[in-house]
Design a protein around this ligand. Sequence first.
Ligand code: ADP
Ligand code: MG
Length: 368
Amino acid sequence: MRTGSLPPGSVVRAPGRANLIGEHTDHTDGLVLPVAIDRTVRLTVEVSGGDRIRLTSAQAPGVVDVAADGSEVPADGWGRYVAAVAAELTGLGRDPVGLTGALDSDLPQGCGLSSSAALEVVVGTALCLAAGFGLEPLQLAAACRRAEHRAVGVPSGIMDQAASILGRRGQAVLLDCGTLEHRTVPLPADHALLLIDSGVRRQLETSGYAERSRELAAALPVLGGRRPLEVDPAELDDLLADVDAVPARRLRHVVTENARVGRVVAALEAGDLVTVGRCFAEGHASLRDDYEVSIPELDGLVDLAGEAGATAARMTGGGFGGAIVALVPVDRADDVAAEVVDGARARWPQREVVAHRCSAVDGAGLLT
Ligand code: ADP
Ligand code: MG
C-alpha cells in the first residue's frame, strides 16, 4: 500500500465559495463565475498508520470513525460526507490509507457559501495526500460532487467543488459546466466582496428546485439540441412564441443569465464596473421575475445595498433564502455593510441578517 506525505501537524485548507453571477445555469451545461472566499474549512491531520479515518470537528459534536475505503456509511451527520468522499476516491483507485485529524472552520454552514463542498474538498485533498494519490483538479472536484450526491442525495452541479479547488487570489473562476473549460477573471482590486446573509434558510430548496427544473425542461426542446448558452437572447421572442408562459420564463432566465456571465466577464476585464452593476441588477430581476426563486428579504437586501453605495448587488445561490453578493468600494465596505444590516434589521427584526466581508483566495491545498 502506498503512503504519501502528510507529516504530523500538516494543515489542509479548502475555501467556501460565492457565485458572482451565473445562477441556475449549471444544470443545463452553462456558465458560472464563482469566487473562492477567505472563509475556509481547515483540517489538521496526520497519517494514522491504520485503515480508519478518525476526525473531530470544532463545529460539530462527536468523532467520525469510518473505514478508510469509505465502505461504512454513517446513517446521519457530517460523517456521511467523509465516508462518501473516501468511497469515491476508492472507486478511482486510492489505497485505503487511514488518517487522524481535527476540523475547524470559519465558514458559516447552511447559508449558501458551500460549507459542505469545502468539507468534501478538504477531506478529499487530505485523503489524496495521505495516500500519495494524484488527481487532476477537476477529477477531484467531480469525485467530491458525486460524494455530495452519495452522502445526502443532493444532485448539485460541479460549481461549488470546482470553485473550492480552482480559486485564485484576487480572481473569479469562469467555468463552462458543460465542457469544464475554465479560466480566471480579475476582480477589481479597489473593491471588496460583501456577502449578506438574509437569515432565511432555504426551506423550499429541494421541492422548489425540482419544480423549476421540470418547468425549464418543458421549454428546452425549442432549442433543438443547442445549449442555452449557445442561444442569442435576441432569438428568444421567436423561439418562445408557442411555449407556455411559465416554461418560457424559466428558459428566458437561463439564456439571458448565460449572456450576462459573458458580459460581466468582459466588463471585469475592461474595468467597466458600471456594466457589472447593470448586469447584476438585471440578473437579480431575472431570478425574481423569470426564474422566480427570490424572496422579499433578498429583494430588499439588494435595494438596501444599492442605496448604501454598492457598485453591484444581486442574490447569490439557488434562492428561496440565503444571501446576496455585492461589490463595494474597499474604503466604503464596512460602512455599506453596517448600513445594509441596520436597514434590514429595522425591516425584519426577526431575521438574523449578517454581513461577511470577503476576498478571493487560492483554492484548496496544504498550508506550509
Ligand atoms: P452549505 O453547503 O450551504 O453550507 P449544506 O447544508 O449543504 O449547507 O452543508 C452543511 C453541512 O455540511 C452541515 O450540516 C455539516 O453536516 C457539514 N459541515 C460543514 N462544515 C462543517 C464542519 N466544519 N464540521 C463538520 N461538518 C460540517
Ligand atoms: Mg452545501
